[in-house]
Design a protein around this ligand. Structure first.
Ligand code: ZN
Length: 310
């Protein structure tokens, strides 16, 4: 016979956790949940641990339900998770939905370690309007959202925190339905980092993952830019960053952003890269059976100034 109060403990801990909103609160609630798991680990040969973990993933899935579909009226397959929900959403993404209790417990422990990487916000964060402008530019020029989010919406998490190391991150997965999740923090310094560029850069990583299925591999044809005067890389990591920067420039279609400009690239490369990117995106759309008509010519886009310099 299992102790009723012990099985009730799991329900209480999950109900408490799901109400938490800040990293500090969530961390405490996760620790309490893990303590409860420890307490019942012998009950019914671990059955209660299964029960607790299942309760948790079910509750998180139900809580995140509103973010699984695109808001009404939005034309793009993307959802923007606001700062008050971003930390708990990150917890959800840290757990494998069909994972074993062991997977869940390990995911929770890893998440606790990650909580300390988040610090009070330093610079102003990107706004929802700015995110939409970048997404619309990327979609208009390259149908990029169609490519990176073929089924499930692209998830963009806005945080009311800065991160000790990164301004932003792109969580890549091998789930072909939705290969990328973009995490946007408050940049750590306003003078060297343009928050709009930072977001477009992450979209570049998302595109890279979708095109190759593995960011260790350069997108087909990208190697030739290595030889050009304007882009140099020595390591896989540098290649990835070069691609993301070049994609960001092409998406934003900016000129004269010298101060914010990544030193890895020269602006001269951008029109060439924009043409190259157009080819990559067209073949990705063809492969996905979504190609309907040629993408706009990058030259014309360049003159049209989709996104004016700021
Ligand atoms: Zn990067």
């Amino acid at each position: 016979m299992v102790d009723k109060s012990k099985s009730e403990l799991g329900r209480k801990r999950v109900a408490d956790l799901i109400e938490r909103r800040t990293f500090e609160e969530i961390k405490t609630a996760v620790e309490a949940f893990l303590a409860a798991v420890d307490e019942v680990h012998d009950e019914l040969n671990g059955m209660l641990v299964w029960d607790f973990c299942r309760r948790l993933t079910d509750a998180l899935t139900a809580w995140a339900e509103p973010y699984t579909t695109v808001p009404r009226g939005s034309k793009l397959n993307a959802v923007i998770v606001p700062p008050e929900h971003a930390p708990l959403m990150l917890l959800k993404f840290s757990l494998t939905v069909d994972g074993s209790p062991n997977d869940i417990v390990n995911g929770l422990k890893k998440f606790i370690g990650r909580c300390d990487e988040f610090v009070p916000p330093i610079c102003g964060a990107i706004t929802e309007t700015e995110i939409s402008r970048v997404l619309n530019a990327a979609q208009k020029a390259y149908r990029l959202v169609d490519i990176v989010a073929p089924k499930e919406p692209l998830k963009i998490l806005r945080f009311n925190y800065s991160h000790t190391v990164y301004n932003s991150q792109c969580g890549l997965s091998d789930n072909p339905d939705c290969p990328a999740t973009v995490l946007l923090y408050h940049p750590k310094a306003s003078d060297v980092h343009d928050r709009v560029f930072i977001f477009a850069h992450e979209l570049g990583h998302a595109l890279h993952q979708t095109l190759t299925g593995d960011v260790e591999t350069a997108p087909e044809g990208f190697e030739k830019f290595h030889e050009s005067v304007s882009a140099k890389w020595n390591t896989v990591k540098e290649m990835q960053e070069c691609f993301a920067d070049a994609a960001a420039l092409s998406i934003l279609n900016v000129k004269g952003l010298g101060a914010h400009f990544p030193s890895r690239l020269s602006i001269d490369m951008s029109p060439n890269f924009a043409r190259f990117l157009r080819g990559l995106c067209e073949s990705a759309l063809k492969k996905a059976g979504k190609y309907t008509e040629p993408l706009p010519s990058p030259n014309l886009m360049w003159q049209a100034k989709l996104y004016p310099p700021r």
